[in-house]
Design a protein around this ligand. Sequence first.
Ligand code: GDP
Length: 665
Amino acid sequence: MTRPVDPGRLRTFGIMAHVDAGKTTVSERILFLTGVNHRLGEVHDGAATLDWTRQERERGITITAAATTCTWAGHLLTLVDTPGHVDFTAEVERSLRVLDGAVAVLDGVAGVEPQSEAVWRRADRYAVPRLVFVNKLDRPGADAGRATAMLRERLGAVPLVLQLPAGVEQAFTGVIDLLTGTAHVWGDGPADVTVRDAPADPVIATARAVLVEQLVDLDEKLGDAYLAGSELDVPELRAAVRRVTLAGRAVPVLLGSALRNIGIQPLLDAVVAYLPSPLDAVGSVAGPPDPDAPACALAFKQTTLPGGQPMTFVRVYSGTLRPGDRVAVTRTGRTQRLGRVLLVHAGTTVDVDAIGPGGIGGVVGLRDVRTGDTLTDPDVPVLLESMEFPDPVLSVVIEPATRAVADRLPVALARLVAADPTVTVGTEERTGRTVLSGMGELHLEVTIGQLLDDGVRVATGTPSVAYRETITRPVTGHVHRFSRQTGGPGQFAQVVLDLAPGEGGFRFVDATTGGRVPRSFAAATGLGVRDALAAGPLGGFPVVGVQVTLTDGLTHPQDSSEAAFRSAGARAAREMLVLAGPALLEPVMTVEIVVPAEFLGTVLGDLGARRGTVASLGERSGARTVTARVPLAELVGYATDLRGGTQGRGTFTMTPAAYGRAPAR
Ligand code: GDP
């Protein structure tokens, strides 16, 4: 039986970037150089190999996180594609969860853009070690030094400048490697690179001295060697760069131009040299990455093979997955048998007979598996920490276009929900129509496009904001008696409840004493309250920010049951919500806008009209930046309006910030 690849030889990393920074082009060049891709697809002619589905090709943005495996310098590299658009938060979260390291691609002209900031902070939360690739250094106005300074100022990072550019803008031809003192210069093709000694230049000598000094300060081991007077050779310096990168104390910065094929090989070398292997991941609940341990893997994406079979992308944390193995899905407790086990190479798959710890691949043959599920050895169930996803903020009513479609819609919707945890499907209470909810307009558009790809055409209404309700004052000592006598056994429950505004969603406390309400009846009361909170009195929206306390109750020796207490809890809560000063809440977004200075006034005026509050103003690469909080309800169509109001030059990104009080509707 084949052994899985030694975890020390695996590098699983993602490329994170602002839309347009060059993530797709960098990925393409990596796949080309690692021999997987024999044709250099350019993004703009719609032939990029990483962009799988029809939609992505059409849109020219990478929506679906695909994991692609390739080899470099005796290592197995898995490139987890992360989306650049904020609407696809779930994709970003799930990729951060399965990757060990990341390459942040910056546009050499724009530097750190709002989106890069947002993704960077998320990577901080998951403590993902990072490299930075400053791309597009061939462009007029590109400045590697400025981009590096922005890393420090905007992101609070400690950049380790490992390279200097050889030439600027049009004349940018390569990079000087400061550690080895070599110049790498590219000719016409991606593989056409010449390496020679760097010229004797005081600028290079100074930059190297600064780098070494920085490393001596940051890395204790190197510091000790330096104090002991040892010669610090290249392998030692590299080892120090690796240690400080893994510890998250610094970020190596590399330079290039993906479009002109410059800088990709050194970037791949740096991925191998400085980014973590699964052996470097500490504190995993799945235990050490031992191929012979019980299997434990995370399902992080569902997709469909060209033949139509569903495939689940998994990351293996411990043990080995092989075709025919039995695995248990922790959420359902169901044990299933794996069919094929695959490695995925940019749109093609290769059957393998083992994926070991740290490995990422596809498994075929699992039913009823969702993104975020843990798969384990049936005898040793473990639950991996599940992924955090924000709740959807925008909804749209969808209706099947034809009768035939109506029959297929439920299955297609179920598949969407399984694949994307930030998509939910519900029913509009008043009309019984189907409601699809997601993270923003583009997200909903793309999701509906996926239905169309499945051959399911739907008509859509106008997107509407996912409101919530809350309460503004407490109600105490509310008594509700639920009693039914309709022949046969009766139903009886009496509850006394307090309702108070609280933090977060919903908290239920059983404060009864003396056993007047048995524990199972108290719990049933809590379930009833939860049922009632699903639809508030103002508009049937979910009610949040509520604490409910059961203070007393009464039971009947024959007629009391969990069902009766559940009904009593629900009825009591519905009565109390009306008395507790219900209020409507709306999602408020943090919006970051970049515009040329001459449009700033227009943009600010418009934000005011949208009930926006400006949090900060700034300047970036000669443009003005605005950070504001704006209710989502006022942002429907904003992309089009902003383009219109700024002659197409304004851009913006938004992320859900909080729920705030909405004006009366
Ligand atoms: P993504 O949105 O981050 O995936 O960015 P893409 O890879 O799609 O690149 C966005 C645009 O920038 C495309 O038109 C690319 O051809 C272009 N681009 C990418 N890398 C470079 C580069 O190094 N130099 C220049 N001048 N353009 C680049």
